[in-house]
Design a protein around this ligand. Structure first.
Ligand SMILES: [Cu+2]
Length: 135
């Protein structure tokens, strides 16, 4: 009888040791899973940008601006001069049409990957123009 009990105990002990070994090997499951949080952070390309430009006689102030590529840009143009002016970007089909002295107008567009040039259609690009640099 003593013999049989000893053998059974050894068998149970061997199975327990095997289970312990299997559990230890399964420890790799504790490695943190990729939650995908990084992918969500990269979708922020739709930010909005507000720019202010003053039109005077006859130039823009400032004439050099910048905005992030892909952002929705709103340019508030105020005519602080005596002459009428416009804020025009041919490539983006942006045109405030004539802004009278003391008046203001806004133009909204999506900033492209490259810089854009704006000008006053009344006084011409050679006289009255500026640039919005893409960042
Ligand atoms: Cu002008």
């Amino acid at each position: 009888l003593t013999h049989v009990r000893t053998r059974r105990l050894r068998t149970v002990g061997a199975i327990a040791a095997l289970l312990l070994l299997l559990t230890a090997c399964g420890g790799d499951d504790d490695v943190p899973q990729d939650t995908g949080a990084e992918a969500e952070e990269e979708t922020g390309g739709e930010e909005a940008a507000s720019l202010e430009v003053s039109a005077v006689d006859n130039s823009f102030d400032p004439s050099s601006l910048s905005a992030a590529a892909g952002s929705e840009v709103t340019v508030e143009v105020t005519n602080d001069g005596s002459n009428p002016h416009t804020f025009t970007i041919d490539d983006l089909e942006v045109d405030t049409e004539t802004i009278a002295s003391g008046e203001s107008a806004s133009a909204t567009f999506t900033m492209p990957d490259s810089s854009v040039s704006f000008y006053c259609a009344i006084h011409g690009e050679a006289v009255m123009s500026g640039t919005i640099e893409a960042t």
